[in-house]
Design a protein around this ligand. Structure first.
Ligand code: COA
Ligand code: AMP
Length: 630
């Protein structure tokens, strides 16, 4: 069946569609129904099914005689290590770590924070938690201690599993001091931490609290999989919202396993024994779904790459990895290809390697510009598939499903809605827009299996953030349109979330940090277009009356403050001091207009603007730091 038939089959019988899909995973008690709408508009999936995602990712493959198949290829150009781990070996490591955690009192429902770089142990940690029914929450290494502390306080973990360091090109990032600092800041104190000591930076251990990873595993008894209800939480993944308080997206065992299993074959055309490479990080949703759970659920080999597309050591790294391991599909963010294109504009290095195993390139995480898509297609000679999704959904809302037979590509469009998603373009009043008209992108409820079930500790915020603006719909926070052929186009965010190098960041949280500087009276942060990273944050700072300090010095302090409080991943490096911020008469800061000025785009002055002359100062300030860039 091709895409149109499959989508129609889902539309006509969603319950039957998702019950059929559920048959692809192992249940110790199969569900009697797919959708649970007893608490609408909150929905659940496979409520009375019993399963464990770790069993589906590991045990069942080993039990079926595939223990010798490679589960993980760890390729780390930053350390020079290359390791292969079979399914049997991975199962052994996971079940022993699970046993060690259980022996220390970690139980079903307890939270465990994982703060680790791209090492196999990060996957082992996630799967071990899943195995015993503990809820993992992975925090990306590019976040600083205060961000880690916010997450510690929100999910109150019993334990933290960390590595002593991560390795960025040119520098070793010591993680353990950040864990110590975060525990110092947080109100909640985890009972213990387990630290993977890496040779690049030895962590100083706190007696009585910190346990060495190897010592922890020493003599640990392996344990089996806990029986998890289909709707029991598997993980919490924090993502940026409009404020400094991140949103803890909750994902459950059953629906996630079913959805990922469906996507691996139908979207990515990846099956048992294939090599799949998602060049992202375990700290992001792409890493959760497509470095860890998705590929392992279908018995594929997942590449865990600890490096960058450029500089580790050069722009040929991606092609080397594809050639060396026979990668069938690569998934990354467009920014990675823009970085490669910048270093090797002609793509000459592709010719140095055999990339013939590659069948598809998948891009997501940010808008894929047609130039990048065409550059990649021409160099790699494979279809380049843009697909659109969010941390909240866990898998693609719109894609060109390679496993169902590709539809014609329209550059600039992530193609069509996947089964499970009834995507609509709505006016502010919540009415359907006509084809080609721009509006808010919304999804008719219920969302399919695998999507968020709620926000951790914030059920009300889940409803107010996503379900309230358009009753009966999930609000994606993106604006876009659908054309006559049903192709979707994602144009921009409707909120203050920006996308920097495929990383989702909150300008609101940066504003909170800037506002904490003693000389700052008022501030605004916008996302300005950037040819490499898609967007970069730019700050506007109004100083306290009477402040006579050097502006450059204050800006420098602000830049360092954001790095220290949010982390290097914020990539906050540019700010200007201005007298006033442009506002409406009711006091709303006109961030959208400032962003358009930064991009050199046309804008319409709102009738409600307080004082249009302020925009000249904004334009001058931006031009002093090189905006617009083109
Ligand atoms: N731990 C600690 N620091 C980290 C980090 C981590 N895991 N990841 C990134 N950082 C740091 C970087 O070193 C950089 O620090 P700097 O300001 O001292 O240079 C900063 O955070 C910003 O990182 P990034 O925005 O990634 O910029 P970069 O210049 O290091 O790399 C790209 C740019 C395009 C090569 C890189 O972003 C990339 O490969 N992106 C595409 C793939 C991807 O990860 N997508 C995400 C989701 S699909
Ligand atoms: P994240 O939750 O980090 O995955 O970020 C999700 C957001 O990134 C979406 O809401 C979009 O704004 C943006 N995004 C992700 N994929 C795409 C895409 N293919 N095209 C356009 N924007 C995208």
């Amino acid at each position: 069946m091709g895409y149109r038939d499959v989508y129609k089959a889902w539309q006509e019988d969603p319950e039957g569609f998702w019950m059929d899909a559920a048959a692809a995973i192992d249940w110790s008690k199969p569900p009697s129904a797919a959708l649970d709408d007893s608490r609408a508009p909150l929905y659940g999936w496979y409520a009375d099914g019993v399963c464990n995602i770790c069993h589906n990712a590991l045990d069942r493959h080993v039990e079926a005689g595939h223990g010798e198949r490679v589960a993980i290829i760890h390729d780390s150009p930053v350390t020079g290590n290359k390791t292969k781990i079979t399914y049997a070996e991975l199962l052994d490591q996971v079940s022993r770590l699970a046993g060690a955690l259980a022996a220390r009192g970690v139980e079903r429902g307890d939270r465990v924070i994982i703060y680790m770089p791209m090492v196999p142990e990060a996957l082992v940690a996630m799967l071990a938690c899943a195995r015993i029914g503990a809820v993992h929450s992975v925090v990306f290494g590019g976040f600083a201690a205060p961000e880690l502390a916010v997450r510690i306080d929100d999910c109150t973990p019993k334990a933290i599993l960390a590595a002593s360091c991560g390795i960025e090109p040119g520098r070793v990032v010591a993680y353990k001091p950040m864990v110590d600092e975060a525990i110092g800041i947080a109100r909640h104190t985890p009972e213990f931490t387990v630290v993977l000591q890496r040779p690049q930076a030895a962590a100083v251990m706190t007696e009585g609290r910190d346990i060495d990873w190897n010592a922890f595993l020493d003599g640990a008894e392996p344990v089996g999989c806990a029986e998890m209800g289909g709707m029991d939480p598997l993980y919490i993944l924090y993502t940026s919202g409009t404020t400094g308080q991140p949103k803890g997206v909750v994902r459950t065992h059953g629906g996630y396993a079913v959805a990922l299993s469906w996507t691996m074959g139908n979207i990515y055309d990846i099956h048992a024994g294939d090599v799949f490479w998602s060049a992202s990080d375990v700290g992001w949703v792409v890493g959760h779904s497509y470095i860890v759970y998705g590929p392992l659920i279908v018995g594929a080999t997942t590449v865990v790459f600890e490096g960058k597309p450029v500089g580790t050591p050069d722009a040929g790294t991606f092609w080397r990895v594809i050639g060396e391991y026979g990668v069938k599909a690569l998934f990354t963010a467009p920014t990675a290809f823009r970085a490669i294109k910048r270093d090797d504009p002609e793509g000459r290095m592709v010719g140095d390697y055999d990339t013939s195993s590659l069948k598809h390139l998948f891009l997501a995480g940010e808008r894929a510009d047609p130039d990048t898509i065409e550059w990649a297609r021409a160099r790699l000679q494979v279809p380049v598939i843009d697909h659109w999704w969010q941390t909240e959904t866990g898998w693609a809302i719109a894609a060109n499903p390679a496993g169902l037979g590709l539809l014609p590509v329209k550059p600039g469009s992530p193609t069509v809605a996947m089964p499970g998603y009834d995507v609509r373009i709505l006016s502010e009043a919540g009415e359907d827009m006509k084809p080609g008209e721009l509006g808010a992108v919304a999804i008719r409820l219920p969302l399919p299996p695998g999507t968020l079930s709620t926000l951790w500790n914030a059920g009300d915020r889940f409803v107010s953030s996503y379900l309230s603006t358009f009753p009966g719909y999930y609000e994606t926070g993106d604006a876009g349109m659908i054309d006559e052929d049903g192709y979707l186009y994602i144009m921009a965010r409707t909120d203050d979330v920006i996308n920097v190098a495929g990383h989702r960041l909150s300008t609101g949280s940066m504003e909170e940090v800037l506002a904490s500087h003693p000389d700052v009276a008022e501030c605004a942060v916008i996302g300005a277009s950037d040819p490499l990273k898609g967007q970069l944050p730019v700050g506007f700072i109004c100083l306290n009356r009477g402040c006579t300090r050097d502006h450059a010095e204050i800006i420098d302090e602000c830049v360092r403050l954001v790095r220290r409080k949010i982390g290097p991943v914020a990539a906050f490096k540019a700010a200007v001091v201005v007298e006033r911020l442009p506002k409406t008469r009711s006091g709303k800061i006109l961030r959208g207009i400032m962003a358009r000025i930064a991009d050199g785009a046309e804008y319409r002055l709102p009738a409600t603007i307080d004082d249009p002359a302020i925009l000249d100062e904004i334009t001058d300030g931006l031009s002093s730091i090189g905006y617009p860039t083109r």
